[in-house]
Design a protein around this ligand. Structure first.
Ligand code: 0RA
Length: 629
């Protein structure tokens, strides 16, 4: 018996050593994303308890000491002796990869992207983990380090017999992670999503350091989610909602059109945000186009000409949440659903449910059809406008905008486009740049707010068409990444409020017209310095008032003529090159979308009509100077 125990333990340990050797294989990365996955992994287990009907509340606390605690009121991880391993089941669950009865039988493996790698993986990657379980009137506790038990499972106290749950506290291992600081905002976004997707489940997020606590609970589920997404837009009708279950599969859809022009479809598979879409979203889109066309034809609203997919998705906010037993995830970030059978499945469910809904709610159906009608009209007009743009461009050299000072290389991989605010900054930019690889496109003042205009208006703006033609990919359904002319596109604006606004307008343009470039990591923001400090022959550049104060303290009064750059135009070509353009020494920030739901909400709010919401956001984020998306 003792031998069997030892042999099993060794096998178990080998398993977790593999996790420590190749952590990214289990948690995606050892950076910020991977770090947060530790929390999601445990929370997902708690959510499973909720789905099974045993848990109503999950509390996540970030400790001052760098710990994370996840507490739920589920059944508690079983503590009885495991029939094969002869140790408490909880120890098996925490030390063996994919261990535990529940994990084998689970109908849905849900997870924040890693698809149920298990609590043992988290255990392996933490310097310390304390697990408490309330079950059968007892409070059990066990401590681990890097996946190894440090104590036996002990009873440390009593509790009422009907009180059950699991409390896991862990400290991520600095040997594994490049950062061990949890980001409240990242967690907040994910938990809001989980709450929307699991109607009635309460999630509490608490940050001990900031004494900040928030509760996420959505009794209205997806309907509330869609309303939340549209909160700073003018909606056209109450959200459409339906849910259908067949065999092992659940399809849940909520849609609401707004007065705007953007299309926002968010897909979820087992509560994972499928950023890259997939067969469920594809099936939904096909059904939507068909149902709206069929309805409009049946009611005699249109005859021959039909609405395109883009027509019926203008101003649409939709959530398609499905739950399936064996999701296959594909794509760069493993967030694209691959299961081919799901396309037809979602298509047929949405077709029948939405047709039924339209018949029962003719007022809403009419509104949606007339929205598609005006989109179709705009599409025809936009087509003409696009042809006009194309013809206009044909007259300038090589079809490129006259304002573009191009680089000489024809290799897109090494080419960079600097989009520069104002002509005054373009001067030093053109003079200081590396002519071979860096192109300059000056923009006059503020570009059009694309959030508030339709395509025709956007395409009649010279600044916008200049950007589109210089970049080369086209937009919308004609977007072709192969035609991208520069692999780095750098937005260079002044480091002041106006510059910040122009930067936001440009990011909105990219987010709405060429989101693939952001996903692909092609979009950057330049970081021009705020001050130059001279000491003797040496120049220092600093990027914030805080940094300036620190440097002046360090130089101890030995610095001469601190210069504040009011704008890029005030820098010499050499200074601009040294600080902002020279690939060896410059600071540039890659723009990426952490979370598409959050980014959409932020852009709608920043660029939309709700002045109050914008004021609140700006005052809450004022300290962060730059908009971090
Ligand atoms: C295995 C089996 C059962 C529950 C759990 C694990 C479980 C794991 C975690 C992780 C965090 N919170 C959790 N809550 C439960 C089923 C227990 C039973 O059948 O009584």
């Amino acid at each position: 018996m003792a031998d069997a125990y030892t042999a099993e333990s060794i096998k178990v340990l080998e398993g977790l050593e593999g996790v420590r050797k190749r952590p990214s294989m289990y948690i995606g990365s050892t950076g910020k994303d991977g770090l947060h996955h530790l929390i999601y992994e445990i929370v997902d287990n708690s959510v499973d308890e909720a789905l099974a009907g045993y848990c109503t509340e999950i509390k996540v606390s970030l400790g001052k000491d760098g710990s994370a605690t996840i507490e739920d009121n589920g059944r508690g991880i079983p503590v009885d002796i495991h029939p094969i391993y002869k140790i408490p089941a909880i120890e098996v669950a925490l030390t063996k990869l994919h261990a535990g009865g529940k994990f084998d039988k689970k109908s849905y493996m849900i997870s924040g992207g890693l698809h149920g790698v298990g609590t043992s993986v988290v255990n392996a990657l933490t310097i310390k983990m304390i697990v408490k379980v309330k079950r059968d009137g007892n409070i059990y506790e066990q401590e681990y380090s890097r996946g190894n038990p440090q104590t036996k499972l002990k009873i440390v106290g009593k509790c009422p017999v009907n009180e059950t749950g699991t409390i896991i506290t862990f400290w991520p291992d600095k040997e594994i992670f490049s950062t061990v600081d949890f980001d409240y905002k990242v967690l907040e976004t994910r938990f809001r999503e989980i709450a929307f997707l699991n109607s009635g489940l309460k999630i509490i997020l608490y940050d001990e350091e900031k004494s900040k606590q928030e509760e996420f609970i959505a009794s209205g589920g997806l309907v509330e989610f869609v309303k939340w997404l549209n909160k700073s837009k003018e909606s056209l009708h109450k959200p459409v909602y339906f849910k259908r279950e067949q065999e092992n599969t659940v399809v849940e859809v909520s849609i609401q059109y707004n007065e705007g022009y953007q299309e926002n479809i968010f897909g979820f598979v087992n509560t994972i945000n499928t950023v890259e879409g997939g067969t469920h979203v594809f099936g939904f889109k096909t059904a939507l186009t068909r149902v709206i066309n069929d309805y409009a034809k049946r009611k005699g609203i249109i005859k021959e000409e039909s609405f395109s997919g883009e027509d019926v998705r203008e101003g649409l906010t939709a959530i398609i949440s499905i739950k399936i037993p064996n999701p296959q995830f594909e794509g760069q970030t493993k967030t694209k659903l691959g299961n081919s059978e799901i396309k037809g499945f979602v298509d047929s469910i949405v077709t029948s449910a939405l047709s039924e809904y339209f018949e029962e709610n003719p007022m809403i159906a009419r509104k949606i059809v007339s929205k598609a009608e005006s989109a179709a009209k705009a599409r025809m007009a936009a087509k003409k406008a696009k042809e006009l743009v194309r013809r206009k461009n044909a007259f300038s050299l090589g079809g490129l905008p006259g304002k573009l000072t191009d680089c000489s290389t024809k290799k897109a991989e090494e080419a960079e486009l600097y989009i520069v605010e104002g002509d005054s900054a373009a001067g030093p930019g053109k003079e200081g740049r590396d002519r071979n690889t860096q192109a300059i496109l000056p923009l006059r003042g503020k570009i059009l707010n694309v959030e508030k205009s339709n395509q025709i208006k956007a395409l009649s703006s010279e600044e916008i068409t200049n950007m589109i033609t210089a970049i080369g990919t086209g937009i919308g359904e004609n977007f072709d990444i192969e035609k991208l002319r520069y692999h780095k596109i750098v937005i260079m604006t002044d480091a002041d409020v106006d510059g910040g606004h122009i930067k936001t307008l440009m990011l909105t343009f990219f987010f709405r017209f060429m989101p693939k470039l952001i996903e692909n990591g092609n979009i950057y923001a330049a970081m021009p310095p705020l001050y130059r400090i001279r000491k003797g022959q040496k120049d220092y550049y600093v990027y914030s008032d805080e940094e300036l104060k620190k440097l002046l303290d360090k130089l101890d009064g030995n610095a001469s003529n601190v210069t504040r750059f009011k704008g890029l135009g005030e820098m010499s070509a050499q200074q601009l090159w040294d600080t902002t353009m020279n690939p060896q020494t410059r600071k540039i920030k890659k723009i990426f979308i952490d979370d598409a739901v959050e980014a959409d909400a932020t852009f709608s709010m920043l660029m939309g009509d709700d002045v109050q919401a914008r004021k609140v956001f700006i005052s809450e984020n004022a300290k962060e100077a730059n908009l971090d998306i």
